[in-house]
Write a protein that binds this ligand. Structure first.
Ligand SMILES: [Zn+2]
Length: 396
């Protein structure tokens, strides 16, 4: 489930033909697979896993790193059945399992990167959208595991059988994590009523966008629950898989893909009196993982885009407009758009780092409620319900 796994499916084994060696600087561990891992003494001493150096419960370092002499050196190194035992010159003993050493080998890196198993979707998802039952999520950890797994894989999930009231909806989202508060508050519930002529909560259509592009770290998940819709029709919810749209753009128009990956777009939220939220720096539409290069976040809200008055070269302006026009065209294709009429009792949750949302115009009076959960809190819940705790912590 996590990003990195050990290269070996079986337990890593020491070579039978070569021995562990160490010199003044490093320890060299020859593996059965033919590679040799080198660990500098200073590094290996700093990562001692013994309960004096590493707290077994908090998983935090207890060792004072700065007490280690620069030229620290083992007195002896011994291979046992399960791992490597080091006796240091001052008498301290360290033990590392073969699994730990193999997983954390940095010279060379031995781990293999596994791409997350995302399922990309278009309008056809309407036939079989991911869903879970309210009761199962509320009553079992297995239910939460299934729910968070579906959100991770598809970027969204329905919850059926939700009692039609704000309290039950709030309890539902809190099964993942505490609610992420913003300048709009925490859990929200409001009625859009044309009769009130309140333009703040209008009934106008909204094209596909992600929320909070003006945060340094945008809201992670968003949940919607339609509590009632009376005296009118419309208001269907629109979802677009941003990862699928990005893939299409990359295949069909790589120049635009590159521009959307590199052009930083300023954004802000300043409509509320006394508030102007801005990220610490502008971010591109398509954000890639700094280590593995994969797309991990889509930020797109054309309405919240601030004035773009910083260009390396003024000729970039036209190219940028070409790129967002091309992106907009992919997003608005019939096969990119998945429309669904939400109904009371069926809540929707989606990954705001991947899935864009919007809605059709409506008339009458609608009451919706919902909330955000931060991305880090979601990922923690997802990993800990879908993997053994030891397996998650092992990779730290
Ligand atoms: Zn120790």
């Amino acid at each position: 489930m996590y990003m990195y796994v050990d290269v070996l499916d079986a337990r890593p084994k020491l070579s039978e033909h070569h021995k562990i060696l160490f010199d003044d600087k490093k320890i060299s561990i020859p593996w059965e697979e033919g590679k040799t891992s080198h660990f500098q003494h200073l590094w290996i001493r700093d990562h001692c896993q013994c309960p004096e150096c590493f707290h077994p419960d908090t998983k935090q370092r207890l060792l004072n790193t700065f007490s280690i002499p620069n030229h620290v050196r083992p007195e002896s190194v011994e291979a046992t059945e399960t791992g490597m035992q080091i006796s240091w010159k001052n008498g301290h003993k360290s033990f590392f399992t073969w699994e730990w050493l193999h997983l954390h080998s940095y010279n060379p890196r031995l781990e293999r990167y596994l791409s997350p198993q995302f399922k990309l979707w278009g309008s056809e998802i309407t036939e079989c959208p991911p869903e879970v039952e309210y009761e199962s999520v509320m009553e079992t950890e297995k239910g939460v595991a299934e729910w968070t797994r579906k959100i991770y894989i598809y970027g969204f999930c329905y919850i059926n059988g939700v009692p039609v009231n704000p309290d039950a909806t709030k309890a539902l989202i809190e099964r993942i994590a505490h609610i992420q508060h913003t300048h709009y508050g925490g859990f929200w519930s409001f009625t859009s009523d044309l009769a009130s002529k309140d333009t703040a909560y209008t009934s106008l259509p909204l094209s596909a966008h992600t929320d909070t592009t003006y945060f340094s770290s945008p809201a992670g998940l968003q949940l919607f629950h339609l509590l009632s819709h009376t005296g009118g029709t419309g208001g269907q919810t629109l979802l677009v898989d941003g990862f699928r749209a990005a893939k299409l753009l990359r295949d069909e128009d790589p120049t635009s893909y590159r521009i959307l990956s590199n052009t930083r777009i300023p954004a802000h939220s300043s409509g509320n009196n006394g508030i102007s939220i801005q990220p610490y720096a502008p971010f591109p539409v398509l954000n890639h993982h700094p280590v593995n290069g994969e797309l991990f976040q889509v930020r797109w809200n054309n309405d919240d885009r601030a004035t773009m008055d910083r260009w390396n070269d003024p000729d970039e302006v036209e190219a940028f407009y070409d790129a967002i026009r091309s992106w907009n065209e992919v997003l608005k294709r019939r096969e990119s758009e998945y429309w669904e009429q939400l109904v009371p009792g069926k809540a929707l949750i989606f990954d705001n780092w991947r899935v864009l949302h919007g809605r059709a115009a409506f008339d009458g009076s609608r009451t919706m409620c919902g909330a955000y959960v931060s991305r880090d809190d979601f990922m923690s819940r997802f990993m800990m319900t879908n993997s053994k705790r030891e397996d998650v912590l092992r990779a730290l």
